[in-house]
Design a protein around this ligand. Structure first.
Ligand SMILES: *Cc1c(COP(=O)(O)O)cnc(C)c1O
Length: 362
């Protein structure tokens, strides 16, 4: 089989060693004679796996003891609704920072539950999008929380600073940036992430929540979205997505073996810099995001001559470079280069882009 590199934004590629191990033990996991997906989530084997996965994630992210880690259903969008149902209950007011399409969708959902104030800190600097420093966002005092999205998957906008929000809990949708670099969890009230970018397959959602934020949910919140209920039941209030949890546990082990997030961040920085530097100097492609906010995980780029888009995509596919089409709402191209994407994949992409530019340069 020829070498394929999959740049899909999500569900995204998983680390090869993880996929190979899963394949090897697909029918007989841990000498149980069963596939891990056929085991009771309450049996001792799976319970041990689940506990180890949580501990590994705690180690990797250095999660303080006063935070619960929940393994949930419902994806990022499920959390768009779970977050307000659990937290928007003191003043009924929250600030939402909108920097792209995902944070905008979060607002649409949150509005069903309270008074949402929208902050829009993205400005245009000579044709490139840039996020104003958090000190200029004008975060409300006394809101139930502030919500933002540190990495906008569609727009390729990443915010590297952690906003200072005083006593107001900071809530982050980290679906496409979690585990890409170290973060100081203690600065956050709540972090959530759909698994299908950097954690594992779709179907699993991780919530990391400071324990003082539990127990204040609306009465109407469904049990499977109630953080207190999930915490009281070790995320097994109902049947969790066990196979996704298993794969995530192997991704966590893989990350630990690589040396953790410091090492991962170095690799990711190298990949992203290599791609952005080529885009900048090519004269043929362009990034429309300002240098300080360029995502390390999702790299949208545009051909200066957009009439070549479909030819670019068709030839890329023939070269084994898949899923480079930008999100339909923004057009152009997007290369998602999550943790599992090796440097060789980015090198192959740049080599292809170079060759395509050479053959099409007037
Ligand atoms: C992918 C993604 C989502 C949506 O996740 P679903 O699991 O499809 O609901 C939300 N936020 C961000 C930042 C994402 O990248």
């Amino acid at each position: 089989m020829k070498q394929i590199f999959n740049f899909c934004a999500g569900p995204a590629m998983l680390p090869k060693p993880v996929m190979e191990q899963a394949q090897q033990e697909f029918l007989n996991w841990n000498d149980t004679g069963c596939s891990v997906m056929e085991l009771s989530h309450r049996g001792p084997e799976f319970m041990a796996l689940a506990a180890k996965a949580e501990q590994d994630l705690r180690d990797i992210l250095n999660i303080p003891d006063n935070y619960k880690v929940l393994f949930c259903h419902g994806g990022g969008r499920g959390q768009f609704s779970a977050v307000p149902q659990n937290l928007l209950t003191k003043t009924g007011k929250a600030d939402y920072v909108v920097t792209g399409s995902w944070s905008k969708s979060a607002v649409a959902e949150a509005k069903n539950y309270g008074e949402i104030r929208v902050i829009e800190p993205v400005v245009d600097v000579i044709g490139k999008k840039q996020v104003l420093p958090a000190s200029e966002w004008g975060i409300s005092e006394g809101a139930d929380y502030v919500h933002y999205c540190p990495n906008e998957t569609v727009d390729g906008i990443e915010i590297f600073e952690i906003p200072e929000t005083g006593n107001v809990p900071l809530v982050a949708d980290m679906s496409s940036t979690i585990l890409s670099r170290p973060i100081d969890v203690s600065k956050f009230g709540l972090i959530y992430a759909g698994a299908q970018k950097n954690i594992g397959p779709s179907g699993l959602t991780i919530v990391i929540v400071r324990d003082d934020l539990l127990g204040r949910a609306m009465k109407s919140v469904p049990g499977i979205f109630n953080y207190q209920t999930l915490a009281d039941n070790d995320s097994m209030y109902n049947t969790p997505p066990t196979y996704a949890w298993y794969l995530a546990s192997m991704v966590f082990s893989w990350l630990k073996e690589l040396g953790g997030l410091e090492q991962m961040a170095k690799k990711n920085r190298t990949k992203a810099d290599f791609l952005y530097q080529y885009i900048e100097q090519s004269g043929f492609y362009e990034s429309r995001v300002s240098e300080q906010n360029r995502s390390m995980m999702n790299v949208p780029f545009y051909l200066k001559d957009e009439s070549l888009n479909s030819e670019f995509l068709a030839q890329a596919k023939d070269a084994g470079l898949l899923a480079l089409k930008g999100h339909r709402s923004v057009g152009g191209m997007r290369a998602s280069i999550y943790n599992a994407m090796p440097l060789e994949g980015v090198e192959a992409l740049v080599a292809f882009m170079q060759q395509f530019a050479e053959t099409h340069n007037q």
